[in-house]
Write a protein that binds this ligand. Structure first.
Ligand code: PLP
Length: 493
């Protein structure tokens, strides 16, 4: 299988190259030139296998330049050891009529681990396959979840280093502690005096500085990124749509071939797009419901066909969905409308912050997609009502999806079985969750974990509990203007 850019260029690229490059040269995203097809016997053949082997089979349909042995080594390193605290890796938890696909059993307690545990393995294997001799330096600007998940995934991976910038004072206490205690001989974590946009713009500037890239390359270092536009981050996410389907059949909650709907808390559109790929590959997926918070640019687009980022940015209690540009939507547009229209819309978006998709495109998209959004009080109410009903504690992102799913089922009188995709452990957002449940919120983040564990029917994840005694290893703080110098210094280390 070969890859090309959503903007029509770079045809005939192998997946290993696409994963190392991240973004295509024309500014587009890499997409497979055709979509592999699966049938019922393929799906049934996965049922008896552990998650790592299921993943190797499904991912192997896309990464055809990797050998079966290579892929199995990658997926076993990611999902086969002790890094996830649930042997099923991505278990479906069914409570009364609701089914939650829990994607937060990895080392950092959020769904980013599903992809960022595997991406480093895929990259390292790609380096070997392509014979690249340079070291890769991954730069990340993070508002919280991605930074820690990337650090955890890339720590001690050979031939790759990782440097994460976070805004000083701009991440939660737990998120800061998770990052500054990160171990590994190839990792660095630096606070930037500024907000998330400052950190992100600083990283973008470094990526766009060709002279700087040349200097580093002369010293044997190439910059790369681990953000969610990389195909190597998207493809691992297709797997859990298949495994959740298989598991619900095995539990007798659906019959083989029965159609299943998913509601997905959405930010950059990567998670839900993976569900679209699964459907196009033949998995019996019906609707994909896109759930947004107050930053409802995507919900508006899927409803009206107009994408307009010219609106206020809201900082919400579901921060990982606080996004106004959903990069992966470009891939959906490409698959539905082709590269010519996609290129034009993306140019309009860059120039004016707005574009309108044509009626034919929207009607195809709406065969599969629905959307809704929940504001912060509806989100808190969802946390409370599920806890009262089922003694199950939702994190605020999953609570957005829960509320949007309820609205969807009611509005469309749907009788199709719905899976809510659950993207973070409630412990990761314990202050918001405790407040939503009308509990006191201890100031100390470790005490807050304990307070939540007294009411939640689930243990504190090991990665969070261990923060209590972990040493703070990364204390560097830099001005925005010093970020490039920090990158150069770490590259030479
Ligand atoms: C990243 C993230 C999301 C959004 O996922 P996308 O793939 O960006 O749409 C939702 N919830 C949590 C907890 C996340 O970390």
């Amino acid at each position: 299988m070969k890859y090309q850019s959503t903007r029509g260029n770079a045809a005939g690229i192998e997946s290993a190259e696409a994963i190392l490059e991240g973004l295509a040269g024309d500014g587009g995203l890499f997409v497979p030139e055709e979509l592999p097809q699966t049938d019922r016997s393929f799906i049934e053949s996965l049922a008896a296998l552990p998650y790592a082997e299921r993943a190797a089979k499904i991912i192997g349909l896309f990464l055809t330049d990797y050998t079966t042995e290579e892929l199995l080594a990658c997926t076993k390193a990611a999902y086969g050891g002790k890094k996830f605290d649930n042997a099923r890796i991505a278990p479906v938890r069914s409570i009364s009529d609701d089914s939650f696909l829990e994607l937060w059993h990895g080392p950092t307690s959020a769904f980013k681990d599903m992809a960022l545990q595997l991406l480093p393995q895929l990259m390292q294997t790609a380096l070997k396959k392509t014979g690249k001799k340079e070291d890769i330096l991954i730069l990340v600007a993070t508002s919280g979840d991605t930074g820690k998940a990337a650090l955890e995934g890339f720590a001690d991976v050979e031939q790759i280093k990782i440097l994460t910038f976070y805004p000083e004072g701009g991440v939660s206490d737990i998120q800061r502690l998770q990052m500054v205690t990160q171990q590994g001989k190839n990792v660095e974590v630096i606070a930037v005096k500024g907000n998330f946009d400052d950190a992100q713009n600083g990283v973008k500037k470094i990526f766009n500085d060709a002279a700087f890239a040349g200097e580093l390359k002369a010293e044997g270092v190439e910059l790369s990124s681990a953000n969610s536009i990389n195909w190597g981050r998207l493809v691992p996410q297709i797997v859990y749509y298949f495994t959740s389907y298989i598991d619900l059949v095995a539990e007798g909650r659906i019959t083989a071939d029965e159609v299943l709907d998913y509601t997905v808390p959405t930010g950059n559109f990567g998670d839900i797009l993976a569900g679209y790929y699964a459907k196009r590959m033949g998995l019996p997926v019906g609707r994909l419901v896109c759930a947004a918070n107050d930053n409802n640019v995507l919900a508006d687009f899927l409803t009206t066909g107009i994408y307009d980022r010219n609106r206020d940015f809201h900082k919400t209690i579901s921060p990982s969905m606080d996004i106004l540009i959903s990069s992966n939507l470009e891939r959906l547009l490409y698959h539905v409308a082709g590269s010519e229209k996609t290129t034009a819309w993306m140019a309009e978006l860059a120039a004016t912050g707005r574009y309108q998709a044509d009626a034919e495109t929207m009607s195809t998209i709406r065969e599969t997609f629905r959307a809704g959004w929940a504001d912060q009080s509806a989100t808190r109410a969802a946390i409370q009502s599920v806890y009262e009903k089922d003694n199950y504690v939702l994190d605020p992102h999953t609570a957005v999806a829960y509320r949007v799913a309820q609205d969807y089922i009611k509005a469309e009188r749907s009788r199709t079985k719905m899976v809510i995709v659950s993207t973070a452990s409630p412990y990761k957002f314990n202050d918001t969750v405790l407040a939503a449940l009308d509990k006191d919120v201890p100031k100390d983040p470790m005490e807050a974990l304990t307070a939540l564990s007294n009411i939640a029917d689930a243990p504190i994840p090991a990665g969070l509990a261990s923060l209590k005694n972990a040493e703070e290893l990364h204390r560097t703080v830099v001005e925005k203007s010093e970020m490039q110098r920090a990158v150069a210094a770490f590259a030479r280390k």
